[in-house]
Design a protein around this ligand. Structure first.
Ligand SMILES: Nc1ncnc2c1ncn2[C@@H]1O[C@H](COP(=O)(O)OP(=O)(O)OP(=O)(O)O)[C@@H](O)[C@H]1O
Ligand SMILES: [Mg+2]
Length: 426
């Protein structure tokens, strides 16, 4: 019997969780039989590799393997897709057509999202499972087939039975053996392993250095609920790999990508031994930016004073060359750091309360910097955040959810808007 380890390699299954290993072991054990298997588990847990393992380890491996997504086929055509139809069976049936059960004779059919099958199709399926018999749509001639069925579902089948959406007899026929794949949140040891694997894959795919999570970000990864399981983890690894310029990912950054991270009964993460330049949240970044801005502001004040006292502009420029370069950047470009740019975009959203009129010889972006630096207080930050959420919501509504247009209207980059939407779960 092939080992669990070699199966994992062959089917690119990552993880060492005991329950996952048990599921793979069960698949290996039932593979040589013709027993029907029902694979259960939440969306995105990795159910689709189980029927492939079963087929490839069975005596049917040289015959056909057909995967059918029952939820994706319209109700009106599913019987014809599965069982075929006779010429003239319905409008448009210009030819006799074979269905999957005929084509896969001797092989395996994977019925994904089996809970979505219409009740009439369920009756036909029960018959095939019981004695291998079926009828083409529009035909009265019984045909025989020898097909192994593996089905999968992410819905609660008992609920579906209770609501009379799924036949109880079919459920028991399909689930002679049930293989359950546990949700990712119950496979703690695998979470970071999977993340590192995906991060490395996406680093290669996008030709960028692989992202790496800081320790407290790893803790968040482990505590998050992962409602979309491995599919979601993979998507997040991809988003962070593509969107983040810094390759060291902090807790705050990761948090902004996780929807409803705050609702997951997470204990507050307390940062210990904070080093300089080490941020754990957006608010900390804001504070850092504000301190820097305060420094800039003092420098600007000095410069303005010089200008007021002295009307020889060139001389002032010569004497304050270092200061000017520091404030305006080399070649006169605004070379603000990334976090600063993002913070600026946040700050431009709410109307700043103007108490002190800034000097008139600075650009609008610096005016905002100036006001905010003078007035920031913690409570105010919170109410600004509420205002910001309000503004984003309204803009998204006005622009019918079109992020590009909303971002332009709000005067922020699309990337920042995307982050905000995630952060505030809009
Ligand atoms: N253990 C794993 N190692 C690596 N990748 C995995 C693993 N499990 C799942 N994946 C990947 O996660 C994604 C989702 O898996 P899959 O399509 O099998 O989910 P599912 O359980 O069928 O979900 P749904 O019920 O929504 O159809 C796929 O891209 C799959 O390759
Ligand atoms: Mg699936």
């Amino acid at each position: 019997m092939e080992s669990i380890q070699s199966i994992k390699q062959r089917f690119e299954i990552i993880g060492n969780d005991l329950k996952l290993n048990r599921a793979i072991e069960k698949a290996i054990q039932v593979a040589p039989t013709d027993i029907s298997v029902l694979v259960t588990g939440e969306s995105g847990v990795g159910k689709e590799s189980i029927p492939k393992i079963i087929h490839s380890l069975s005596h049917r491996k040289h015959a056909k393997y057909i995967a059918v997504n029952c939820g994706a086929i319209p109700e009106g055509t599913i019987d014809s897709e599965l069982f075929g139809h006779e010429k003239g069976a319905f409008t448009g049936a210009t030819q006799t057509r074979s269905g999957y059960f005929e084509v896969a004779d001797g092989g395996t059919i994977f019925l994904d999202e089996v809970g979505e099958l219409p009740l009439t199709t369920q009756v036909r399926l029960l018959r095939v499972l019981e004695n291998g018999e079926f009828l083409k749509v529009g035909s009265s001639q019984v045909q025989k087939t020898n097909v192994r069925i593996v089905a999968a579902t992410n819905i609660n089948m008992f609920e579906a039975i209770k609501k009379e959406k799924f036949r109880e007899d079919l459920y028991y026929r399909l689930s002679t053996v049930e293989i359950n794949i546990p949700p990712l949140r119950e496979r703690k040891e695998d979470i970071h392993l999977l993340f590192r694997k995906f991060a490395s894959d996406f680093g290669q795919k996008y030709k960028m250095p692989t992202i790496r999570l800081e320790e407290d970000a790893v803790q968040l990864l482990l505590k998050y609920r992962w409602p979309g399981n491995i599919r979601q983890l993979r998507n997040i690894a991809e988003q962070v790999s593509v969107l983040e310029e810094k390759r060291n990912i902090s807790l705050g950054t990761l948090n902004s990508y996780l929807p409803n991270a705050g609702d997951s009964n997470l204990p507050a993460v307390i940062k210990k031994d904070k080093k300089e330049g080490d941020f754990s949240s957006e608010r900390e970044i804001l504070y850092k930016v504000l301190f820097d801005m305060k420094g800039d502001l003092n420098d600007l004040k000095k410069l303005t004073l010089e200008l007021l006292k002295n009307d020889n502009g060139e001389k002032v420029q010569e004497e304050n060359e270092t200061l000017i370069r520091k404030i305006y950047g080399s070649n006169g470009e605004n070379n603000l750091k990334d976090e600063e740019e993002e913070a600026m975009e946040v700050l431009q959203l709410p109307e700043p309360k103007i108490e002190n009129h800034p000097p008139t010889n600075i650009s609008p972006i610096q005016e905002d910097k100036y006001h905010f630096a003078e007035e920031i207080e913690e409570e105010e930050t919170l109410s600004l955040q509420e205002k910001e959420i309000e503004l984003i919501k309204k803009s998204l509504e006005r622009n019918r959810g079109k992020r590009k247009a909303a971002a332009a209207e709000l005067g922020i980059s699309e990337r920042t808007l995307y982050r905000k939407i995630k952060q505030y779960d809009l």
